[in-house]
Design a protein around this ligand. Sequence first.
Ligand code: GLU
Length: 493
Amino acid sequence: MTEKPARVRFAPSPTGRMHLGSARTALYDYLLARRTGGKFILRIEDTDRKRFVPGAEQELIDGLRWLGLEYDEGPDIGGPFGPYRQTERRESYQKWAAELVERGLAYPCFCAADKLEKNRQEQLKQKLSLRYDGTCRRLDPDEARRRIAAGEKHVIRFKMPYDGQTTASDIMRGPITWDNAGLDDTVLLKSDGLPTYHLAAMADDYEMGITHVIRGSEWLPSLPVHVNLIRALGWPEPVWMHLSVFLKPSGKGKMSKREGAEALKDGHSIFVTDLQKLGYTPEGVLNWIVLMGWGVAEDDVMTLHEMTQRFTIDHLTASPAAINFAKLDHFNGTHIRLLTAEDLAGRVKPFLTEAGFRVDDALLLKTIPLIRERLATLDDAVPFAGFFFLENVNPLPAELPAAGLSPAQSAEIIRQALKILSALTEINHAAAEPPLRQWAEARGLTVNQTFGILRVAVTGQKVSPPLFESMAIIGRETVLKRIERAIELLEKM
Ligand code: GLU
């Protein structure tokens, strides 16, 4: 490891739900911090009060904790560079804005919204690039001070260079150059005294000693604003990484709300807390998203610890990845199979409880080897293992008869099966399967027919974990009772 310890921040705005894009950014932040022995910081960018969503911050915190992305500094745990919520840092932004004005790098702008709008329409008509027309940039500073003292409403705009070019480098995309003539005098401080993202994020990154900025590619067009601001103030420039947005499963176009809704119908979601409720594991989700933008082998199965050991920013790629939920299922199932039986039991239990089953822990642990291979998501345990926790199962009479056989014929078959099973002291695969098979084959029945009726009789369902292993867990007495009851049901048909 040659890199210096990185200070990296995940800086979400509490304006909505935590989606996969945010989770991936946070994961890369985390990995870079851990890999370099640095710090991972959570900063809440809540200055856009119009888009503020109550509860969104908590969802972000819960999402990070669930994923296991523990941060070292943050709004709820504090740290040496706090506060970590931008609305609590407004004096600092006002101080920087004042300093910028003082040094002639920014200026107060008194233009009213309707004037700005008229200006915009005019530029649109003339097919000019949209930018502030500079009225207040030309204002005499003394007059500006008088107007501020008189309480006139104003914003603070950055004085963007008018000529020349700005070049900045994104680690994945290389150097990018912009003509300054196309850049706008960006608003840094709004008339309510709150900063825009541009000032707040740059000032915080500076004050918090951030060395690497990992964020979404939607911020790439703002990069020239940010580097001009940073350079004007003589602040050190962080390493920039702009991650591409995720594409729809079809690969065509950005993931949108509509695709999000479609995914949910299918038992998938682009939101972190939904994935948790849908039975995904943090391990599966992390393994899936880490590879969407990291140019290592496509299907490598890694734990968070292994990712940390292998992560380097040199392998991040700017090519956009399409959301592929089949891969999520694959990684989730794979990680489920890597869990210890105790761990897996603890994780499926809430899903069983939620589905209304009264779960006995020792019994649940016994069922794990039977169901583990079959689980793509944790909630798959409900259809596969729920019946183990029922006193009585209620098979649908219509499901009891074997294919091609009448209820009477089916009743006769399990009457014989009951005889064979009753003769055993214990019902398990080794003891019960061979004699039943022999008997069925001698009678010209298929094993599927015989075992099928028994499966519905004993588990109450047509699909279950291996039959005889399930019987062993359910126990001889209960198994026999359930078969008797199935015979009654068949006789009544
Ligand atoms: N608050 C910004 C957002 O949520 C953060 C961008 C950044 O990481 O700088 O998009």
